[in-house]
Design a protein. Structure first.
Length: 512
């Protein structure tokens, strides 16, 4: 990574109609280049901890405050807190319960989850359960703000439902098992608010999965992967035009294509280690980066066979397992793999690695093999999950969406089919129950996400699987097929590069 000069030029697009652009105070943002990354990296101004010096944090699932035969109620407070990420200084964060990442949620199909969210931050927030099939009012639409408990002066776009101080999100969770995650989705400011810490994991279970005897308990490791950069005082750096996140959306022009941090964290720690036995472990990986893509592998593949059995993806278990050597992950994607450490001698150190990373962004987790396991190695059955293959011949139509960056005098915007997001525009009105094909095309890399509808990627040679993000490269074209069998109402389709999203790359679709 090469260091370049401090950034002086400030630019961006101010498309809010209130408030002056505030310049980031007292921090000069420095850009670097990392081999293989399509755009500049935001450089830290403080040393990151030595890799493999701290254990992997594995938080216990959050406990409900009350439960009935069919429901569990949780309380969550968005507030300022501190995270111990660097060696000698605490990092201020905005987190759910003040933590970064937020608490782990665990749910079971058939039980409704209620999450009472109280906002003690100085800005409006929105909670979205990514991968959830959720009634519109609870989905975390970007204009359905939960404004601060204390009030305050904020620019709120019209078009949603405003909640004062708190809101109870109801998640029926009548859906197959899978790794979901939750994060902020505030209009114009998702990028900085997720970056500051408003993100967490959610494991959803069902009977089909439970019957497989997958590695569980301490042999199941939820791993939230993201990249961040740190300022001279250990603070999280993010090149917002308005550091108070009140009025003006957007980032300094050098970072308009996406903010890449120079330090990768797993469960909030840079390059942690974790002790394992010589047996099978299930890694449930979610990429919560704003813009960074990963290629993940082991630094020492086992002597025989491939290191991973992939068993699942965004929408839970795949039809059958596949052996993998490495795998790509775009922002918001999830991968579920089983790793077998039985071939490694006691004392081995095996590293989960980002093969497309540079300094600070390569090391993920070091597994230290401590002794024999008392359980048999997990072997995949011929079939993992019952998945209906959606037939393109049954699709009632094909819709096309282009994802493109469009320069304007004020700075770049990001558009879907030639429109920036507007609450009033509906890009598609599928009928509930219909099967449709959606075709996406791109100019540059865009990870495309659809709310409230899992889909199958057409022309994909892998095992049949349900996805909610499809990663497109530059000048790419992918087709997905889905049946709109979840709730009716207005939902989002958007790019999950959060800087693109904040600069307009979202569209409404309405299930009738
Ligand atoms: Cu992960 Cu619309 O979000
Ligand atoms: Cu994009």
């Amino acid at each position: 990574m090469a260091v370049s000069s401090p950034l002086l030029a400030l630019a961006g697009c101010d498309r809010s109609d209130a408030g002056p652009a505030r310049r980031p105070a007292d921090v000069a943002y420095r850009v670097g280049r990392e081999t293989g990354q399509p755009f500049p990296v935001l450089l830290s101004q403080r040393d990151r901890p030595a890799p493999y010096s701290r254990p992997l944090p594995l938080p216990a699932p959050l406990r409900p405050v009350s439960s009935t035969a069919t429901e569990d109620v949780y309380e969550l407070v968005a507030r300022a807190g501190e995270a111990q990420i660097l060696d000698d200084v605490a990092t201020p964060v905005w987190g759910y319960d003040g933590q970064f990442p937020g608490p782990l949620f665990e749910s079971r199909r058939g039980r409704t989850m209620r999450v009472r969210l109280r906002n003690e931050l100085p800005v409006p927030i929105v909670r979205h359960l990514h991968g959830g099939h959720t009634p519109h009012r609870h989905d975390g639409y970007p204009l359905d703000y939960v404004v601060p408990y204390d009030g305050g002066d904020h620019h709120l776009h019209p078009g949603g439902e405003v909640h004062h101080g708190e809101f109870e999100y109801v998640y029926p969770l009548d859906q197959r098992a899978g790794l979901l995650w939750y994060h902020d989705h505030r209009m114009d400011f998702s990028g900085p608010q997720v970056w500051r810490g408003l993100v967490g994991l959610h494991l959803h279970r069902d009977d089909e999965e439970a019957a497989l005897g997958l590695p569980a308990g301490e042999r199941e490791l939820p791993l939230l992967v993201c990249d961040r950069s740190f300022g001279p005082d250990g603070q999280l750096l993010y090149p917002s035009l308005d550091q108070e996140l009140r009025h003006t959306p957007g980032v300094l022009r050098d970072f308009a294509d996406g903010v890449l941090g120079d330090t990768v964290l797993v469960n909030g720690v840079h390059a942690p280690f974790h002790e394992v036995r010589q047996g099978s472990y299930r890694l449930r990986i979610a990429v919560a980066s704003n813009a960074r893509h990963y290629r993940i592998g082991l630094d020492r593949p086992p002597a025989s066979g491939e290191p991973f059995w992939q068993i699942g993806t965004d929408g839970g278990l795949m039809a059958h397992a596949r052996p993998l050597r490495t795998f790509l992950m775009a922002p918001a994607e999830r991968v579920d793999v089983v790793v077998d450490f039985s071939g490694y001698p006691v004392g081995s150190r095996v590293r989960l690695t980002n093969l497309s990373g540079g300094r600070g962004t390569t090391d993920l987790v070091e597994f230290r093999v401590t002794g024999p396991d008392d359980r048999p190695v997990w072997r995949p059955p011929a079939r993992l999950s019952e998945i209906e293959r959606l037939d393109p011949a049954g699709a009632v139509r094909t819709r096309r969406f282009s994802f493109t960056k469009v320069p304007t005098a004020a700075g770049p915007t990001f558009q879907i089919s030639h429109h920036m997001f507007s609450a009033d525009r509906v890009a598609a009105r599928p009928r509930q129950g219909d099967v449709e094909i959606w075709e996406f095309t791109t100019d540059q890399q865009h990870p495309v996400h659809v709310h409230n509808a899992h889909f199958q990627v057409l022309d994909d040679p892998g095992p049949l699987a349900w996805k909610d993000v499809v990663s497109l490269g530059a000048k790419d074209r992918r087709r997905i097929i889905t049946r709109f069998d979840s709730y009716r109402g207005r939902y989002l389709l958007h790019c999950h590069n959060l800087e693109h999203e904040d600069m307009g790359m979202m569209a409404n679709y309405d299930i009738r």
